[in-house]
Design a protein around this ligand. Structure first.
Ligand code: KIV
Length: 326
């Protein structure tokens, strides 16, 4: 089956290319209405927003993971992730900033494009960074459009609740799916006094619920619940009719998200309590690098298998030539 992303092509563009062949038109129409479509980099069917809705309706947990570049996008896809998030956490875990508030729209776009080149099968969501959507709904729509057009994102995520209702409505009204994010909103860490668990008191728990209901009403297709106690997150999940994607919010959510570099152990400045380290890749990579240093220093690397041979007669001629020069 040819590999192409039908979602990026409109029927109006495709039909004339097929000429007058009715059979072809009909098979295209059949293909158009019957995802799965195989994708270029993996043999997986393309995940769309409808796949996410179906998983939720079937009560099947949704998997989400961050990716920050082409190889991690590709690996997330190969590993079977449903939704790839180009999260602004990449500011800290991949670019070394102290917080997510420093990263710019252009930097995020650069990473979003790279992830999109690798993650063809999963549904790609990109964070709108701090400062790109709070000022006005108009600015938010303009920036969201950039993430779809220039960053090849299929949805955007923004942090906040009740106060963002109008903004979410405006972005979804132009055809861009929005993923909400309530509870701990790291972009507001200055106002929160750090990266603190939210919803630990009755009042706070109700306020997070109010935020989740507000973003649902505004049109979000799902909402991230970050760092809230499990009973609160489970209750919110039961109150909503859209999927909740938990991070540090227990096992009662409709799905889970983690930051890739945390879970594979390549970011060692700190590991949040909620993160399970599936690998300690930092140790593996450091050991490989120091072995490489040793082998270069001892001239063990490169060995013959890593060198390009010359044809024997050409090598002979070349050695003769050198001898004559001496
Ligand atoms: O930026 C990010 O990686 C996120 C996840 C923690 C949900 O927003």
């Amino acid at each position: 089956m040819p590999s192409f992303q039908l979602s990026t092509l409109s029927l109006r563009t495709l039909l004339p290319q097929l000429g007058k062949s009715c059979a072809s038109k009909h098979s295209l129409l059949r293909a158009y209405s019957s995802v799965p479509i195989t994708t270029e980099n993996t043999a997986r069917p393309k995940v769309t927003i409808n796949t996410i809705k179906k998983l939720y309706a079937a009560n099947k947990p949704i998997t989400m993971l961050t990716a920050q570049d082409y190889p991690t996008g590709l690996l997330a896809d190969k590993g079977g992730i449903d939704m790839t998030l180009v999260g602004d956490s990449l500011a800290m875990v991949a670019l070394g900033y102290d917080s997510t508030t420093e990263i710019t729209v252009d930097e995020m776009l650069h990473h979003s494009r790279a992830v999109a080149r690798g993650a063809k099968a999963s549904f790609r969501v990109c964070d709108l960074p701090f400062g790109s959507y709070e000022v006005s709904p108009e600015l938010a729509v303009q920036n969201a459009l950039r993430f779809v057009k220039e960053g090849n994102a299929e949805a955007v995520k923004l942090e906040g609740g009740v106060e963002l209702k109008e903004t979410i409505k405006r972005i979804t009204s132009v055809g861009i799916p929005v993923l909400g994010h309530v509870g701990l909103t790291p972009q507001r860490h200055n106002a929160l006094g750090g990266f603190r668990v939210q919803g630990k008191t009755m009042d706070q728990a109700l306020s997070v619920l109010e935020d989740a209901l507000a973003v649902q009403e505004a049109g979000c297709f799902a909402v991230v619940l970050e760092a809230i106690p499990e009973p609160v997150a489970t209750h919110i999940t039961q109150q909503l009719s859209i999927p909740t994607i938990g991070i540090g919010s227990g096992n009662g959510c409709s799905g889970q998200v983690l930051v890739l570099n945390d879970m594979i152990g390549v970011f060692d400045r700190f590991t949040p309590r909620f993160c399970k380290k599936y690998l300690n890749l930092d140790q593996t990579i450091t050991a490989a690098i120091s072995e490489y240093c040793d082998e270069v220093r001892s001239r063990k690397f490169p060995s013959q298998e890593h060198c390009y041979p010359m044809k024997k007669d050409e090598e002979g001629k070349f050695l003769e030539y050198i001898k004559r020069q001496e």
